[in-house]
Design a protein. Structure first.
Length: 368
């Protein structure tokens, strides 16, 4: 189910330049991009995975992770094959590093019908990098909005300026999943990205467009846990996005080609949490650590706990009707309120041919 791509430029000699991500691959006729799924066919780029979904299930929105957007709701999570990064520890490598356009057909309207049938409030594009299938994602998002659903990307943020414009008005929320605090050496060695510049440009552009932005930072022990890199990242977020931007520090687990390091020690995450808070960020969370006090939301003014979480589950919600602290009146920047009845918080396979998602979070971690 391939479709002529709209994110490309024609070049002399039948070549094309893909403009979907910051790599800007130049492709001679017949060649595919770094992501494997965008191909020059007769001087035009085609998205070979349009309408071909490799992973699909229902998730709590907190798994994305979004702590400050539509809490307590569920989303239809979908992903395709391919990726524009080469994370050496990818927990979804079975689909992200797939070199063929695999997946089951799923038209945009059908995806939305599934979301509604499963009681979802939104649609999330995750498991692999959604930027590389932006044309398909945009068509799903437009159908989702017509049905009253919200939309969300879980992305590495390596978008092109053209893709940011292409998606304008379609995204409601985004979780930008940094690696190693965006340190350039880490990105070059472990994910095959040139540097963090496009990621920060994406953050700022999306915020200006009115998209709800949350940042995650996967902390890889020994090679991606530098305190100064984390301090620089936190300060950059404060300066460019504001001190109320949520930051999630995620525990790493060995997988794929990096099996020689242990899971991130909890004391490391707690030290980095303190650094991020001291740099001025008001809402910093630990993720993929099980029950932990630093997974809750605390009022930045009086310090009282106002939202309690356990894993992906909401356990208590003390905010007033305007999402203000009941103790001091400080408004907490959370979009929406949880349903009257908390929904199931474990991932749910889709009935029928969609029997399972990839081992995307095993042990479960938010994001891809």
């Amino acid at each position: 189910m391939s479709t002529p791509d709209r994110l490309f430029e024609s070049l002399p000699g039948g070549k094309t330049r893909c403009t979907a991500c910051a790599r800007y691959c130049v492709l001679p006729p017949g060649a595919r991009g770094f992501c494997f799924v965008r191909q020059n066919v007769g001087g035009r780029l085609e998205l070979l995975t349009y309408g071909r979904v490799a992973a699909l299930q229902v998730d709590p929105v907190e798994k994305k992770p979004l702590a400050h957007y539509r809490p307590g709701t569920r989303v239809l999570s979908l992903g395709t094959a391919g990726c524009n990064w080469r994370c050496q520890y990818c927990q979804n490598w079975q689909i992200s590093q797939e070199r063929e356009a695999t997946g089951r057909p799923l038209a945009p309207e059908e995806a939305v019908r599934l979301a509604l049938r499963e009681g979802c409030s939104g649609v999330t594009f995750t498991y692999n990098e959604p930027t590389i299938f932006a044309e398909y994602a945009r068509d799903v998002m437009r159908s989702a909005h017509r049905a009253g659903l919200f939309t969300n990307f879980v992305t590495n943020g390596y978008l092109s300026r053209e893709a940011l414009e292409f998606l304008r008005g379609e995204l409601d929320a985004i979780s930008i999943d940094l690696k190693g605090s965006g340190e350039p050496g880490f990105l070059r060695k472990y994910v095959a990205a040139k540097g963090p510049g496009p990621i920060f440009e994406s953050m700022e552009t999306l915020r200006r467009q009115g998209v709800h932005v949350e940042i995650t930072d996967l902390i890889v022990p020994q090679v991606g846990d530098d305190p100064e890199a984390l301090r620089d990242l936190a300060r950059r977020i404060v300066d460019r996005l504001g001190p109320q931007t949520p930051l999630h520090l995620l525990r790493w687990h060995p997988d794929y080609r990096m099996l020689d390091l242990p899971p991130t020690p909890l004391p490391t995450l707690e030290r980095l949490h303190a650094i991020a808070r001291s740099a001025g960020l008001q809402f910093v969370y630990l993720g993929n650590v099980g029950p932990h006090p630093l997974a809750h939301t605390y009022c930045p003014n009086c310090g009282r706990r106002v939202v309690e979480r356990e894993g992906f589950a909401l356990r208590s919600w003390e905010l007033t009707g305007s999402n203000a602290c009941p103790h001091c009146g400080e408004r907490i920047p959370i979009v929406g309120r949880p349903p009257d009845r908390y929904l199931p918080t474990e991932p749910t396979p889709i009935a029928g041919p969609w029997s399972a998602a990839p081992r995307a979070h095993g042990p479960p971690r938010p994001g891809r």
